[in-house]
Design a protein. Structure first.
Length: 244
């Protein structure tokens, strides 16, 4: 826990503002930085804040490169629930980032191994991720790295647990439409980022937040590996620290 900085905010909007400060500082110091991005409801206040800050002239995304954590297997980029579409609608379409500078795993890849290798190579060619944004699943997953008996290293395909599919079914018409597999950056890919910022909101995340940062490091709680990273900032709202 030596390197984990914990910041408590009042609510999800304040979590977003504090996280946006981290991105703004990075973009000012390195305009052509590489950011790792996440989907889900938790980052939305952050993305709204980043859009507002660029509109206000505080930041400039024209040279920024971005790599997303994950994508559902079998969903086309324009599918309503694909993570590529999520990113377009909630961030990319509203800022000056160049389309060729945004990468998301290819949900329709026929050669999965080649796609995963290519994803790693692209990030490596960019010089690695400067700041990786993370959320956390109820079972401690980061990206789509689910609890298992080891920490997966590289970008790979993963079978989604029933807990994860159940958590995501609210975005689909039924559980039957929720994909059973996804592509995700590996734990090694995440840990290679120079800096990590995790955003956590809601009372339902309090237990796993505590286990991840105050419990043992174990692949059964994937986020616990972050205790070993040299530069992690966790920003959470009051509801998510009800264990205090």
């Amino acid at each position: 826990m030596l390197h984990v900085r914990m910041i408590k905010a009042k609510n999800p909007e304040e979590v977003g503002k504090i996280a946006a400060d981290q991105f703004e500082a990075l973009i000012h110091s390195k305009p052509a930085c590489v950011i790792g991005l996440a989907t889900g409801s938790t980052p939305l206040p952050l993305y709204r804040e980043l859009i507002e800050r660029e509109r206000a002239g505080k930041i400039d995304f024209t040279r920024v490169r971005s790599a997303n954590l994950d994508e559902y297997k079998g969903l086309a980029p324009d599918h309503p629930q694909s993570y590529r579409r999520f990113m377009q609608e909630n961030l990319f379409d509203h800022i000056s980032i160049r389309p060729e500078n945004t990468i998301v795993p290819d949900g329709l890849a026929e050669d999965v191994d080649a796609m995963c290798r290519g994803y790693e190579e692209k990030i490596e060619n960019w010089g690695g991720v400067d700041l990786q944004l993370l959320g956390i699943g109820h079972d401690g997953h980061i990206g789509f790295n689910e609890p298992e008996d080891h920490f997966p290293v590289m970008t790979h395909e993963v079978a989604l647990t029933e807990m994860t599919r159940e958590a995501n079914k609210r975005f689909f018409d039924s559980i039957d439409e929720v994909p059973t597999a996804a592509f995700t950056m590996g734990i090694g890919t995440v840990m290679a980022a120079k800096k990590i910022v995790m955003v956590v909101t809601g009372k339902d995340k309090a237990d796993i937040l505590y286990k991840s940062f105050f419990g043992p490091v174990t692949p059964e709680v994937p986020a616990s590996i972050l205790q070993m990273h040299p530069d992690v900032t966790v920003i959470f709202d009051e509801a998510a620290c009800s264990w205090e």
